[in-house]
Design a protein around this ligand. Structure first.
Ligand code: PMT
Length: 399
């Protein structure tokens, strides 16, 4: 069977000298039975014609944002929903800048920014443009927003200069597309569970013990599992984040509720326990508001350790059980201790004494400790990229 049969791919062609190479890419997709629609920007028309594209793609070429004929047939929102994948080839510095800054001034940028699908950007530009700090800043933004950047390569350029900025060859771009769908198909049979956010341990109807967890790291993990084809469940404490589209979302408050929902949602292939679960709860919950005079005598009792409970019961244990360790000192030592005491396959340690990473920050920096005594550090990056790095390693483990 052709690897891309029934896959709907929207190709966006921007104005650069490598635009002609997009035709070769379209040919490879068609050969593998992909269904193609194309958007061509005004400047791309200086390099390739709608007629040559439509002859190869056997699909419609869209050009204008305010074309009544196009909008009546398929408006720009439906076009972005139609696609299983969007590939921008070539992606110029101008287009990267628009996407990074949220500028929608033509059909291409409007459809891409309105999309809820995976988007591959294949940059091509002069080496100085590529290296320019403003372009690099845009790229960093785009990576954080979840765009996949393919290339560019180092080589001779059409302008006569040499360096980074040369567009990845169409056959290579095709391999990325093929692998993306292969991975989705493979991971479709896999189930992931993620816990995230803080728990609240009520002392009385108005007071509770909690912590600074924002849920960001866990939500990014759930998104990444979803994007890579896993059937994903997110069990979250109360946060300010919106439930993630396309996953099973369960909100809880207390550690007991998190335990109950975790057990209700097993078995899974992989579970990542990124929630900051309170270690203690009130020994005797008071139905009435505790009087000031009685507040000195609040007794606590230990919560069940959810990850240990799951990992130590063979019938419940996911194939891959991953914990987090929030540490402020002796990070390696404490993380390794948790790895063995909690019977995990991996423990992912983060330094929560540093305000720029860990709790409530946009960024994290982690070290993964594996059961086989090896470890691996992942440098400081956004929590969404950290999540991708972790999920890629999970996939590699299953492969
Ligand atoms: O939510 P963010 O603001 O994005 O911050 C992310 C984070 C710092 C909360 C996250 O990266 C993280 O480190 N999560 C684990 C926090 C924590 O509770 O660490 P711990 O070292 O106390 O616990 C170790 C492991 O045991 C964790 O996987 C935890 O989920 C689990 N645990 C702990 C207590 C308990 N009763 N049950 C558990 O399952």
């Amino acid at each position: 069977m052709s690897s891309l049969k029934d896959k709907k791919i929207l190709i966006v062609i921007c104005g650069g000298i490598s635009a002609y190479k997009s035709l070769e890419f379209i040919r490879a997709l068609r050969k593998n039975k992909a269904e193609i629609k194309t958007i061509i920007t005004k400047s791309a028309k200086e390099f390739v014609t709608p007629l040559s594209i439509t002859s190869l793609s056997q699909g419609k070429v869209y050009e204008d944002l305010f074309n009544p004929e196009n909008e009546a047939e398929m408006d720009h929102i439906s076009l972005s929903r139609w696609a299983d994948l969007i590939v921008v080839v070539p992606a110029t510095a101008n287009t990267l800048s628009k996407l990074s800054n949220g500028t929608c001034d033509d059909l291409a940028s409007t459809v891409i920014l309105a999309s809820n699908k995976k988007i591959f950007l294949v940059p091509a530009m002069n080496v100085r443009m590529w290296e320019h700090p403003s372009n690099q800043k845009n790229l960093n933004n785009l990576k954080e927003y979840g765009y996949k950047i393919i290339g560019p390569e180092i080589g001779d350029m059409a302008c006569g200069e040499y360096g980074s900025g040369k567009m990845t060859e169409p056959s290579e771009i095709f391999k990325y597309v093929e692998n993306y769908f292969k991975q989705l198909r493979r991971n479709n049979n896999l189930k992931a569970l993620v816990t995230a956010g803080p728990t609240r341990e009520y002392l009385d109807p108005v007071r509770y013990i909690t912590n600074k967890s924002s849920g960001k790291q866990g939500y990014e993990l759930a998104k990444s599992f979803r994007d890579k084809g896993f059937d994903t469940t997110l069990i979250s404490g109360k946060t300010n984040l919106k439930p993630v589209e396309g996953i099973k979302y369960i909100e809880i408050e207390t550690a007991d509720e998190m335990l109950k929902e975790t057990l209700n949602n097993l078995p899974v292939d992989v579970a990542v326990f990124s929630a900051a679960v309170a270690d203690y709860k009130a020994k005797n919950y008071s139905k009435e508001k505790i009087k000031k005079s009685d507040q000195e005598n609040i007794n606590l009792t230990k919560n069940v350790d959810i990850i240990s409970y799951v990992s130590k019961h063979n019938s419940l244990r996911p194939k891959l059980t991953i914990g987090f360790a929030a540490e402020t000192e002796n990070i390696d030592e404490n993380a390794k201790k948790k790895l063995s005491e909690k019977n995990c396959d991996w423990i992912i340690a983060n330094d929560v004494s540093n305000e720029e990473i860990g709790f409530d920050s946009k960024y994290n920096q982690v070290k993964i400790f594996y059961k086989n005594n090896s470890d691996e550090s992942i440098e400081k990056m956004s929590k969404s990229l950290i999540a991708e790095e972790i999920v890629d390693r999970v996939i590699k483990n299953f492969n």
